[in-house]
Ligand binder design. Structure first.
Ligand code: ARG
Length: 565
């Protein structure tokens, strides 16, 4: 389906002298939205063509303007080196609005059809509660999954649990010394954290505890049944806790295969590294020298022969390629792990796996905590469940006042409260370091998640009152209606931009643009009370289209959209 930009690019190409070396796609990329609507709805800058056409940019703009015809454009005017286009209102309604209404999947495509994308995200280290730092990988990862699905990819979401390593020796030791099943059942993950912290405290006084922990982990590695049973129980307890958070976020995974799954898959990769003569012994440890690539060495085996984080990631990537035959395998983690990924991606390349360039690391900025400390119990660790609980409570108290009889109130408060936090987080550019301020996340004024969800509910309520989905009648439209339809028509290009840059915040910003356009329309145009019937019906159709696109956009950034708030 052709977007407005595609349509205009085609017409520009037609107007250019034959033989001009420019593709329609390149023109699409060059088209800009002028800062001021009075200049036009879209603009084509002619500066880059100056050399090839041996003409000054304004002359090129004039030349294109003279020949240019396109049903999407009412008029084209030259301003400096730009050709500015004013879009045709009739075309926007007859072509674009109808395109939205005709396709429930408007904005998506089948670009990725038949291709598999594996996404590794969230991936917490078990026995630790979910804190605010995990929000990034979880919602960015899930949003990228939704975006890829929306354009036709098959996606496989993996929660690569950090469920292996020496810390389990510590936890088993702590449990044997101080713990009981009764307390684990009662206290859940918090109890595990407590005894883990106690282990560290006491090990400072009594270092033999560390030896004992190493022994317990070693036994675990050798498959000791009792230790395995404890480890399984700890994992179960952790998952119960995580599942609660995932459920609030409405996030599910296709697999929870964590680090432990790859224990028996590492030796083959280590052997392969040896066979290819890529392993070097450095102070007893086995490493891959990456100095040629200006990277520190990648550690494969410790001195005692035990494996490391990169070793497991390499084995996991090989397994995933063999099992899912991905076109792309995306890893979403904090930028603090960028070096780790650069190193082992390089090792995979050196191992001559032909798919090395299908591995993609998507880093995000670190999240630090400022403002209110919610939990004294966990020091300054801000737990996601506490943040969500505070948000839900705030929403619920507002509802208590404004809409106490709402059906499904608890569910709605959860969708709006959790949504507020997620929306706030996904408003920032992914790579920016952010200082999380709870009051800001819970401020529902202005450009917030609740505002967007409320706009969605407003559409639903209008449609309910209208009792029909409306239709395109060809009635003349106002400037507000034009802006709304124009914004709706931009959804596909925003989706593509978000995908290209792996950037959910592109969608968050689009949601705000769409809400702004809709609310201007809502406040300035009578919808159900308009005088003429054909105007009412067409405006109702615009509300339908807004509900459809806004709902989809909210889903893409992991927000639910209740029909009533
Ligand atoms: N468990 C790790 C952590 O919490 C993140 C794992 C990311 N995924 C990966 N394949 N390394 O830091």
């Amino acid at each position: 389906m052709l977007t407005i930009k595609n349509q205009i690019a085609g017409a520009i190409l037609q107007a250019l002298p034959e033989g001009t070396d420019l593709a329609a796609d390149a023109i699409v990329e060059m088209l800009e939205y002028p800062p001021d609507l009075n200049m036009g709805d879209l603009a084509f800058p002619c500066f880059k063509l100056s050399r090839a056409l041996r003409k000054a940019p304004p002359a090129i703009a004039a030349m294109i303007g003279e020949k240019f015809t396109c049903p999407a454009v009412e008029s084209a005017s030259v301003a400096g080196g730009y050709l500015n286009f004013k879009l045709s209102k009739e075309h926007l309604v007859n072509d674009r609005l109808s395109a939205v209404l005709a396709d429930p999947n408007f904005g998506g495509s089948d670009m990725g059809k038949g291709k598999m994308v594996v996404l590794d995200y969230s991936s917490p280290n078990i026995c630790k509660p979910f804190h605010i730092g995990h929000l990034g990988t979880t919602v960015i990862g899930h949003s990228l999954k939704k975006l890829h699905e929306f354009v036709g990819y098959s996606c496989y979401g993996i929660n690569y649990l950090g469920d292996w390593g020496t810390q389990f020796g510590k936890l088993i030791t702590a449990y044997r010394l101080w713990g009981s099943e009764e307390e684990v059942t009662k206290g859940g993950i918090d109890y595990l954290v407590d005894i883990y912290v106690r282990f560290h405290r006491e090990a400072e006084e009594d270092p033999t505890l560390n030896d004992r922990a190493r022994e317990e982990f070693h036994k675990l590695e050798l498959g000791d049944e009792e230790n395995l049973a404890l480890w399984r129980r700890f994992k179960e307890i952790s998952l119960e806790e995580y599942e609660r958070t995932y459920k609030q976020l409405d996030i599910t995974f296709d697999s929870y295969l964590g680090e432990s799954f790859y224990t028996d898959k590492m030796p083959a990769e280590v052997q392969k590294l040896r066979d290819k003569e890529l392993l070097k012994i450095d102070d007893g440890a086995s490493i891959v020298d990456l100095s040629e690539y200006n990277l520190p060495p990648c550690l494969i085996l410790k001195r005692d022969g035990s494996t490391l984080y990169p070793t497991r990631d390499i084995a996991a990537a090989v397994y995933r390629k063999e099992t899912y035959d991905f076109e792309k395998c995306i890893y979403v983690t904090s930028a603090q792990q960028s070096l780790h990924f650069a190193q082992w991606f390089k090792v995979v390349e050196m191992m001559q796996y032909p798919w090395y360039d299908q591995l993609v690391h998507i880093p995000y900025g670190t999240i630090s905590v400022a403002g209110v400390k919610l939990s004294t119990r966990h020091g300054n660790m801000l737990l996601l469940r506490d943040v969500f609980a505070a948000a839900i409570e705030k929403v619920d108290s507002i509802m208590e006042e404004k809409n106490p009889d709402l059906k499904d109130r608890a569910e709605t408060a959860e969708a709006v409260g959790v949504g507020a936090v997620v929306f706030h987080y996904l408003s920032s550019t992914r790579t920016k370091d952010i200082s999380f301020i709870l009051e800001d996340a819970l401020s529902f004024e202005g450009n917030s998640g609740p505002y967007a969800q409320y706009t969605y509910a407003r559409c639903c309520s209008i449609l309910e009152k209208a009792g029909s989905a409306g239709k395109i009648t060809g009635a003349a439209i106002t400037d507000e209606e034009k802006e709304l339809v124009k914004t709706l028509s931009q959804f596909p290009e925003r989706v593509n931009l978000a995908l290209r840059e792996y950037e959910p915040s592109v969608i968050t910003r689009y949601v705000l643009d769409l809400c702004a356009a809709f609310n201007r329309f809502y406040h300035n145009c009578q919808i159900l009370n308009a005088k003429e019937e054909d105007v009412v019906s067409q405006r109702v159709a615009m509300v339908s289209a807004t509900r459809q696109v806004l709902g989809k956009a909210l889903e893409l950034i992991c927000l639910r959209h209740p029909e009533k708030i």
